[in-house]
Design a protein around this ligand. Sequence first.
Ligand code: GLA
Length: 356
Amino acid sequence: MSRVVARGPGRVNLIGEHTDYNDGLALPFAIDRGVTVTAEPLPGDRIEARALDLGEEDAFALGEIGASEGWRAFVRGTVAELQAAGHAVRPCRITIEGDLPHGSGLSSSAALEAALCLALIEDDDVDRVELAKLCSRVENDHVGARTGLLDQLAVLCGKEGHALRIDFRPPGFAPRANTRKGTWPPGPAFPSIEPVPLELGDWRLVTLDSGASHEHAGGGYNERRAECAAACEALGIESLREATSADGLPAPLDRRVRHVLTENARVDAMAAALAAHDLERAGELLRGSHASLRDDYEASVPEVERTVEALERAGAAGARMVGGGFGGSVLALFPPGATPPEGAVSVAPGPAAGRL
Ligand code: GLA
């Protein structure tokens, strides 16, 4: 093994929020901000890791990985999952750096997992969907965040200039990552991924950090996921993809299901709006998604609401929270001539994770 440098991008989800773990639809893309991991061979049998931005370190033996928390859990979890999948991980010094703030809702977690995997595996010519599933197991089983597969697929399978229309339960496939069961197992079950050109002309997408940091491993995210599972239980179905209506469910489960159903419909409406170059309609769908996440999914916080208002005051055609919610960044679509507020950063679909 020689020195390897790998980069994992962050992601923005154009629309389709909290649908991945409900076997639904989403439309994310990889962005040009991300996390870089450098792996340099070391003698002995240890991994030494440094998070440059945090000024923190970790070290463990490859034969005795052990559990940890925060960024260390990502490193240890990735090494453990790579080993479990049959990859020979060599002793090395890992250096982590990046320009994607943790907790900003742009998926610094998946960026880190992908960059770690690609820096640590011997041969990077691997099945990207399988690698995404492996990264998802890191998050669920080692970090404690019961997240879906959206971020990892966007980061590992993204395509420059395109968003990805992901169907987490394509026709003909039995539910495998359904609401009640959790993570995707290795093997043949796979989501379908279709690149959708993101041609915005003179319009542009920006993100603006709300300043409220979020953590998936605690708080609202895991609670919402449990509520979706409870709704499935009440409806007698395996996955909310099978639900056709929220009628008859007790509150707040009815609202949660209504969000998932309407959000899936908005994903296809967005793909149609993009194909028709109807960006006014795209803005309207972003506004609809945000209202649903705020009112039905109850995943907003005051800082996010203030950020949405600031973007709309500046002339955004639509703005909505991105990612797990309860903080993080807001995405907004601006027509030509409008000036986004200070702090807003342009985002465009960049390449997937890879070695540099
Ligand atoms: C986080 C999770 C994803 C997805 C989104 C919400 O980003 O990591 O799996 O559930 O929230 O759409």
